[in-house]
Design a protein around this ligand. Structure first.
Ligand code: DAT
Ligand code: MG
Length: 133
């Protein structure tokens, strides 16, 4: 099934000049890039994007980080794109992520973990509409 998902190259990975490597991987994995732009989220936008986590202890820090600098958002399309992209990203905590995954390669900590990906069709729809129209 052809699906769409939202990917973000987070501010830590942009700052460390990993944009090119991550986009190369996206293309090598066979995703079609249907949309792409650089954004610098405001704190309010980061809070809205991560509203499902508003009661988590890391919400404040996460939304500070996500609004701390430019990020690259990508609309990806492909066969089982949601699951495929999450496999390429690896586990949330880079230390737990499998070798070769983007978070293992480029993530620094559970918060500064280089990339984002939607986790289900409903969240993908919300997240895609958040950035693309
Ligand atoms: P994922 O990004 O793998 O879908 P998530 O949706 O549970 O993970 O959390 C969203 C982001 O919040 C995650 O990429 C990094 C941050 N985060 C998650 N758990 C955290 C924790 N225990 N401490 C600090 N940040 C955390
Ligand atoms: Mg998530």
């Amino acid at each position: 099934m052809i699906e769409r998902t939202l990917a973000i190259i987070k501010p830590d990975a942009v700052k460390k000049r990993f944009i090119g490597r991550i986009i190369q991987r996206i293309e090598d994995e066979g995703f079609e890039i249907k949309g792409m732009k650089m954004v610098h989220l405001t704190k309010e936008e980061a809070e809205a994007f991560y509203h499902v986590h508003k009661d988590k202890p890391f919400y404040e820090s996460l939304t500070d980080f996500m609004s701390s600098g430019p990020a690259v958002v990508l609309l990806l399309e492909g066969e089982n794109a949601i699951k495929h992209w999450r496999e390429v990203m690896g586990a949330t905590d880079p230390a737990q992520a499998k070798p070769g995954t983007l978070r293992r390669l480029y993530g620094f900590s559970v918060e500064r973990n280089a990339v984002h990906g939607s986790d289900a069709p409903e969240t993908a729809e919300y997240e895609i509409n958040f950035f693309f129209n």
